[in-house]
Design a protein around this ligand. Sequence first.
Ligand SMILES: [Zn+2]
Length: 408
Amino acid sequence: MKRIFSVAMLFILLFSMIKVDAQKTIEGINYATGKPIKVTIKDGKISKIEGIKKLSNENNDVFISQGFIDNQVNGFAGVTFSFGGSDLTQEGVEKATSELWKKGVTTYLPTLTTNSKELLINNFAVLSESIDNEKLLGSIPGFHLEGPYINPEDGFRGAHPKRFVRLPDWNEFMEFYKASGENILQVSVAPEMEGCQDFIKKCTEKGIVVSLAHHNANTEQVNLAVANGAKTSTHLGNGCANMINRHRNPLWPQLANDDLTITIICDGFHLLPEEIQVFYKVKGVDKTIITSDVTSYAALEPGEYKTQTGETIELTKEGMLRYPAQNVLYGSASAITKGVGHVMKVTGCSLADAVQMASTNAAKLYGLSDRGTMETGKRADLILFTLDDFKVNIKKTFVKGELVFSAE
Ligand SMILES: [Zn+2]
């Protein structure tokens, strides 16, 4: 009898331990309302959000919000998704992901850019395994292909290698799509290229988000692309030649078309403050997405680095990534976390609006209904952070309810 009793006690003890582990609470200042709240997490999801009088610890300036969602991540912390032969590994994807968690990015789209067919198929195949990689906790819902179907002209092409730029090819794209496990969520293309309007229609029929990028499309071509299903403009104001006609250039039609959402790089280097101000005034909080276009050089120490093609580039201590030989930028070295503070500083928008542009809007765009807001029933992808002179400092990151980063 005593033995049965002690076995029963053991089960009760084990059960309560499991229960304690499955349910936890986090407190913080609600990023949207400025009021203190307690969020209960159960089985990886938000099960309850309740207002409280004050936070129980002394951290009265710590905000809580949903984690950031970045739709354009070329690489991070020394890991590149786009280049290399067979350099990309699952370990590399895991490293980039855990480094992004430290920046409060809980969901992102690894982005492959213009390259050979073989490289793209190879890297999409590696990335396809990351969707179900349990260590990543669902942080990668799919991928972004930027190029190779873009405008080959200098300036509009940006840093994409000319020899790999080509006309849209549906059959080739389907090979990429299959290699990715049908997980390409977005493709960025130049609508003026021969065959592109048809390509946009076919992608739209498959539910793939089409974005306009590295193009020199006129008003008719932009509007036709939108009519055919294109939804966004990729990093508006970048991927554009330095010298353009003041009337007839690709910026005006993209700003003028109300059905186009824009993504903008807000790292403090890619766009002037007045460009961000105007873009934001035209598109508003619901049609603006903060993206990073971040590269593998992010989260590395300042200094000089050699690219895979042998060029010397410099990462300054301010976080600017320069290509000194041509005195141009070489992509971004900042996660969208920096963009959240920068967009507030430049536009005067609220923290609530900045966080929406760095999470909710992207989740809606890709139909990721399990994330993107801090609501009961959503994934417990949550971040705790302070805001100090427009700088977001991540204190803790939870992904699917698991604490994956703590600054202390
Ligand atoms: Zn680009």
